[in-house]
Design a protein around this ligand. Sequence first.
Ligand SMILES: [Zn+2]
Length: 130
Amino acid sequence: MAPTATPAGSRPLSLDEANDWLAIIAEVEGVDQPTVFKSKMSKNFVALAISTEWCIAVRDSNPTQLLWPHKLAHLLCANKNHGIEFRTEFVRLVRRYISLPHAAALQYLFSNKLPNSHLTNDGGTSRTFR
Ligand SMILES: [Zn+2]
């Protein structure tokens, strides 16, 4: 049976929790910890990864856990779109730091080329996560 099309089970993280988690991930990955802050932004966006400043701005104080590897993958990838480099990195981070089932669900979505609308606010490739 194919994994669920929606990466369910992603719990909200406070910004403090996200910072603690990102510190661990950054250390393991051998990169600087990105600065995280809450910012007003268009309702079309949930968060923005800003590579030049190595930071992640979020609209809400408690985004879901999957948002963070999504944004971190944007910082780590040379290409800033949702292409193969991003998808590979995103799935790798999710597998390593969240769970294999979450990674499998994402991989399933990506490999079946489902439209973005099938990926929800849990950290998929919705345009709102650019
Ligand atoms: Zn994105």
